[in-house]
Design a protein around this ligand. Sequence first.
Ligand SMILES: [Zn+2]
Ligand SMILES: [Zn+2]
Length: 368
Amino acid sequence: MKIRAAVLEEFGKPLVVQDVDLAGPKSGEVLVRLHACGVCHTDLYTASGADPTGYAPAVLGHEGAGVVEAVGEGVTLVRPGDHVVTLFAPECGTCLHCLSPRTNRCLAIRDEQGQGHLPDGTVRLSRGSEPIRHFMGTSTFAEATVMPEIALAKIDPAASLAGACIFACGLSTGLGATMYTSQVERGATVAVFGCGLVGLGAIAGARLQGAERIIAVDLAEGRLAMARAHGATDTLLGGPDVVQAIRDLTGGYGADYTFEATGNVHVMRQAVEAAREAWGLATMIGVAGKGETLDIVPRYLITGRRVAGSSFGGVKGRTQVPLLVDRWLAGEIDVESLLSHHIRLDDVNHAFDLMEAQDGIRSIIHFD
Ligand SMILES: [Zn+2]
Ligand SMILES: [Zn+2]
């Protein structure tokens, strides 16, 4: 079938929206008609050429939500008509990592996915005789996509797909970091550095976990106001004095849990230093630039602070994304306030401009 899709032709150049061919689903694969897709920093990072593992031509996009249109042979996990969120981090349910409650790092298809292929080593995207690679196993800047069934989370059809799509990456990453990776407990003190979609998700997650004090840090007053609306009890403008300010707000100790959601390695260091002596846990969520390293004075660790990292918030996608969506439907998460711009696929490059200008929290592409 012919679909409209946004193709990364050349690094550092705008994406080109065009007609491409999408082949039908093979064994274990599913054809999804996309209704909405968020535009995430990782799409921009890859389009810019900064990601050393990037490749072109490829159809970008990984924050999609849609409806199953057809399934390939042997598919049992979803059926036509199901509402689904796309997962760049699949959940096979049977590998060593899927069987462990400690991680969401499914081992099933990562090698082929990393090369832009579906699990059988081939692609479904092309134009004429030229193959086009898939991005993050998802390629959701398109009217439709073909994905492995283990990379789709079936959600309650009562959820609007325009809101559901941000559970495919940014929002679940923030929520999950507090709920699954760090497991913030009731009464805890929390500090969140960076109040974009991921940081706001972490703030909402800390609130849902019952944290008593949630300190939000950002450089923009507008984002700090958003942070308060999502559950922050205190807000601080970022800067060199912020570690001391967090200690002052927590009885001199630092926060039980800190989260870094900017990707800036200097802020990561502050997140470590703002974690409480004796048991503070600093969780790195933001993606640092190529070759950058995190500086930690070892004394901070010897005296009891710990450092963790979180990818997709530690969320096991197929089983836990539907639970997060249910909490939105129960009125516990204000998803609508996070959807700041609603655009068409043809305007995807404008969404990148908005992101670089830090205008809004998330731009959502609508396909219908
Ligand atoms: Zn993303
Ligand atoms: Zn697995």
